[in-house]
Ligand binder design. Sequence first.
Ligand SMILES: [Zn+2]
Ligand SMILES: [Zn+2]
Length: 254
Amino acid sequence: MKVEVLGAGGGVAPGCDSISLLLDGKVLLDAGTGAFRIPLDVAAGIADVVLTHSHMDHTVALCFLADNHAGLGTMRVHCLEETANAVREGFFNDRIWPNMENIRVEGKPMVQFKRIEKMRRKMRVGKTALTPFPVDHPVPTLGYCLHGEKETLPVITDLWDASAETWKWLAKQKNIRRIVIETSFPDGLETVARASGHLTPAVLQQRVEEHLPADWEVLCCHIKPRSAKEVRRQIKNRLGKRVSILKQGAVLHL
Ligand SMILES: [Zn+2]
Ligand SMILES: [Zn+2]
């Protein structure tokens, strides 16, 4: 699987876009501001968007992606029912944006939500294989294991914690050598991190050392742009060589 990192940030600033990963050139994992930079000819080939959760830094590009897709068939949005309802109420409400589920082109809706119900079960979106699993964040949120030929990569973009059952399940999965996981705020802002359901380097270290196999590399994402340098320094101090940053523009081959 080819994973193009269009955006990896926990916020938006020049050079820093919010989360959006393009899988095999066809499936978008989250529609953060990174998705605004997809060339039109590439966007025309993207008919499936998979969402982790409803927060705007992961969904803001949906309206424009679907708009650009008009006349090219239905854009399918795969997510939890709660996420679909939040996007319907927040964006596709005929006030902020037209209700694209109700607009039909040649009999087909512009947008269709596909509910993800089964947790920890492999699913396919086109040819792309992913396994969703629930994590704790202020709204219902999923992490995904991305299954490549050579490697399975867990991606957790937003996290405070997960159930003991999920951590145990994750640690047992085969073919994993690295994990993408968030670290939004520096240690000095733990109150903000905790209140908004995010990790600091100190809490990342706890989660990693308590729940994940010691030989997994850790790729941090979702860092707040203003705190990026400080977070980078703190995670290196805490986790040393096993940790690095998931950079915008990176391409991973799984
Ligand atoms: Zn979030
Ligand atoms: Zn986020």
